[in-house]
Write a protein that binds this ligand. Structure first.
Ligand SMILES: [Zn+2]
Length: 136
């Protein structure tokens, strides 16, 4: 039985979450280089990160499951239903740039942007998932 890498990670937490989901579905798989990357994260780029390797006989089914799991994790926009929503940090308004310059001159970098969920299809923004659940 040959094992084929199906997805790579730079952190062991999402790698183990996906490994558990795959094992629950009786997919023969394991994490390659998990301990190396966890002990020395700088090596992640050099060795290609943590690799979820799947048995060749389960590869097609694992690929379908991977697509399903990734789609399942995406957040739907409450306005248009698109799943092109991402959590982003953006400047609150143009005055922030003036504030940024002033704080930079005063050797302070205490400027923080607004963190929102942004729909790339309809440009709708919302602050929290609780707000999303209220509308459903
Ligand atoms: Zn939308």
């Amino acid at each position: 039985m040959e094992f084929i890498p199906i997805k790579t990670f730079d952190n062991y937490i999402p790698a183990n979450l996906l490994l558990s989901k795959m094992l629950d579905q009786d997919i023969h798989c394991y994490l390659k280089d998990e301990f190396t990357v966890t002990i020395d994260p700088i090596l992640a780029n050099a060795i290609g990160g943590i690799k979820l390797c799947v048995a060749d006989i389960d590869f097609a089914r694992a690929k379908e499951l991977l697509t399903f799991f990734e789609e399942e994790q995406k957040i739907a926009c409450p306005k248009c239903g698109s799943k092109t929503v991402e959590y982003i940090v953006q400047p609150k308004n143009p005055a922030n740039w003036l504030f940024a310059i002033v704080t930079w001159c005063l050797a302070s970098y205490a400027l923080k942007g607004k963190e929102v969920y942004h729909c790339f299809k309809c440009k709708y923004e919302f602050d929290s998932l609780e707000q999303l659940q209220e509308k459903i």
